[in-house]
Design a binder for this molecule. Structure first.
Ligand SMILES: [Zn+2]
Length: 295
């Protein structure tokens, strides 16, 4: 089974519900960059909410979600789009914390409880839309609910769960995001709040064997209908040409020095771990373009 996201309308079209499972993508990234367990859980939660935000966009739009906490994982960054393509980066995937009493993964200590989250939407306009709020919890779901309520002024609830085994592989992973539409009545709000309050955490819902459709029905009422099903996939937009442009932008002096000292260059994409190799003759070609540019 591969990762999927569903979008639903419920409460007579007054509430939008997004539910996703993201286990395969999280494991692919975890394997590529050798994530430790609590770092995998932290990145996985950000990736899941990022994928859901990406699915709210249209056409060629895209989103970058950044969590910059004061914990050892450092910056966590996720790129997503409405085609369901997602990738993630963590500054330090090799950190791990667990609660000494419960032995549960400690995401808050991995991410930190101070810092900022930002949502940068490229809506193909002149300027991107950027929303930033302080981190209020470090558990990610609460932080993004706060972001939607404060920055986008959309009353929202977010739940995220990544269950990781001892070999640092996700066994279950996913999340939901619930947003009130402007026509939601007080009665609907009360009913929905009550339902969400009664729901077990996301990781429990998944480990109990619930599908994303079943989870949507648990959140919604009898009018719940799926309006879109979106397959999610790990996709990195890096390429050798992009890295070549990166080297070019260093300027002739620096490229010359690189050739003299190392005779070659190896660049690694921090999103997918792919390595790109530039032998001396290719660096010479880049140097030529850089020298021409300067003139
Ligand atoms: Zn890449």
């Amino acid at each position: 089974m591969s990762d999927l996201l569903i979008k639903c309308l419920s409460y007579s079209q007054a509430v939008r519900i997004y539910v996703a499972n993201t286990k395969d993508i999280i494991n692919e990234i975890g394997d590529r960059l050798n994530y430790f367990p609590s770092a995998l859980a932290a990145m996985g939660r950000v990736l899941t909410v990022g994928a859901m935000i990406g699915s709210t966009l249209k056409g060629n739009e895209s989103v970058t979600v950044k969590v910059e906490g004061n914990g050892p994982i450092g910056l966590i960054m996720v790129d997503a789009n409405p085609k369901g393509e997602v990738r993630a980066y963590s500054q330090n995937p090799h950190c791990h914390f667990e609660n000494p009493d419960t032995h549960k993964l400690d995401v808050r200590n991995t991410v930190g409880n101070r810092g900022f989250i930002s949502v940068i939407k490229d809506l193909k306009l002149k300027e991107p839309f950027i929303g930033t709020v302080p981190i209020i919890s470090g558990e990610i779901a609460e932080d993004f609910a706060y972001y939607f309520n404060i920055s986008e002024q959309i009353p929202s609830a977010v739940s995220l769960g990544v269950l990781v085994d001892e070999d640092s592989r996700a066994i279950h992973a996913g999340g939901f995001m619930v947003q009130l539409l402007p026509n939601a009545s007080e009665e609907v709000i009360e009913k929905l709040e009550e339902k969400i309050k009664q729901l077990p955490p996301m990781s429990k819902l998944l480990s109990q064997g619930n599908t994303i459709e079943q989870i949507a029905k648990l959140i919604g009422d009898e009018t719940t209908t799926i309006i879109e099903t979106l397959p999610l996939e790990f996709k990195c937009s890096c390429s050798k040409e992009r890295f070549a442009r990166g080297i070019l932008s260093l300027g002739a002096e620096e490229i010359k020095q690189m050739i003299e000292e190392d005779k070659e260059a190896r660049t690694i994409c921090h999103f997918c771990g792919n390595e790109y190799y530039f032998p001396q003759n290719e660096l010479n070609t880049i140097l030529e373009s850089a020298s021409k540019k300067r003139k």
